[in-house]
Design a protein around this ligand. Structure first.
Ligand code: TYM
Length: 329
């Protein structure tokens, strides 16, 4: 039985990228593993969210986790800030995280560009907090999308460094979970980059059928191939990537053949993609709507999750303190 840890920032509604990147493949596997799924509300602070929205954002991720099929009887589902042990481990790991390597992280460089007026220390040490989340439960395996690969490499680096410095075999080398041999990157609908919460290019788990159809039909394409086996523009390539993830290899190959012999009609491809997205999303959305007003149920889930997480976390922090030489008087 492996220990599995995964988190999602509470910065907006979950989209298909979050679902296929970090959740879907673990819905069944939660029954065979020791699983921790948390809502990364501390991580969301790097962008200075409005305090009046913070709690609502956390609640959204919680209901969407449950709607997607996480089972609170099996997995500990908790809010990061309900487990204060993570901040202590973060502080301790920070002492062995070097500024140079943090400044070279791709996500940090990206954020410096995107929020030049708010380059805070939390952004710089974001990967250390993430390593603390993972090592807090000594995770073997971390379901994440492709964009988190470098953060996972850093987590392993910090684990190895800790073990070497203190001469122990304490932290495991947590591996990203590769379901079909590769990490997933769900592209956006706007013809560039990945689907993201703040990019405005996503299909969300709470979207109505009508919205899904409308968004997919509007996705960027070109005027169609004019000769056999033409290279694809990014918008079209993205639709094919989504087709493979959502509709499966067979449907993908059917439309690819049509693209390659120039008989494709993008409208047909989009219709197929939208209907297959609806098949995934509609039951999840129904469950979200059912549970989102059941505050007592949500409170119980989150209380139980924090208990389970703190039990595991306090054991780790106690052991780490001992290894580092802290002693009671
Ligand atoms: P966040 O909130 O950006 O995304 C949550 C998870 O969804 C995945 N994901 C995607 N996967 C495929 N295609 C996409 N377009 C896409 N967009 C998002 C992300 O890879 C991620 O797995 N740093 C993390 C949150 C975090 C965390 C952790 C994750 C904090 N501590 C510990 C795992 C373990 C983040 O920003 O995720």
């Amino acid at each position: 039985m492996d220990t599995v840890v995964s988190g999602i920032r509470s910065t907006g509604n979950l989209h298909l990228g979050n679902y296929f990147g970090a959740l879907r493949n673990f819905i069944d596997m939660q029954y065979k593993n020791r699983c921790f799924f948390f809502i990364a509300d501390y991580h969301s602070l790097t962008t200075h969210p409005d305090p009046s929205k913070l709690h609502g954002n956390v609640k959204n991720v919680l209901t969407e986790y449950l709607g997607a099929g996480l089972d609170p009887e099996q997995s500990a589902i908790y809010v990061q800030s309900d487990v204060p042990e993570v901040t202590e481990l973060y502080l301790l790991l920070n002492m062995h995280a070097y500024i140079g390597e943090l400044q070279r992280t791709a996500s940090f460089k990206d954020k410096i560009r995107k929020q030049a007026d708010n380059v805070n220390a939390g952004l710089l040490t974001y990967p250390v907090l993430m390593a603390a989340d993972i090592l807090l439960h000594k995770a073997d395996c971390v379901p994440v999308g492709k964009d988190q690969e470098q953060h996972l490499e850093m987590t392993r680096k910090y684990a190895r460094r800790f073990n070497t410095i203190y001469g122990v075999e304490y932290f495991p080398e947590s591996q990203p979970y590769k379901f079909s041999g590769e990490l997933v990157k769900v592209p956006g609908l706007d013809g560039n980059g990945k689907m993201g919460k703040s990019e405005g290019n996503g299909i969300y788990l709470v979207d109505s059928d009508k919205d899904i159809r409308k968004k997919v039909m509007k996705a960027l394409t070109d005027s169609g191939p004019t000769e056999p086996n033409m290279p694809m523009c990014e918008g079209v390539a993205n639709l094919f990537t989504m087709l493979k993830i959502v509709s499966g290899q067979e449907v993908h190959d059917y439309f690819l053949e049509k693209y390659n012999d120039c008989s494709i009609r993008y409208g047909d491809l989009k219709k197929q993609l939208a209907e297959d997205m609806i098949k995934v999303i509609a039951p999840i959305r129904e469950r979200i709507l059912q549970i989102q007003s059941d505050d007592e149920y949500l409170r119980n889930v989150i209380r139980r999750g924090a208990e389970k997480a703190r039990e595991s976390a306090s054991k780790t922090v106690k052991e780490v303190r001992e290894i580092m030489g802290f002693k009671p008087f």
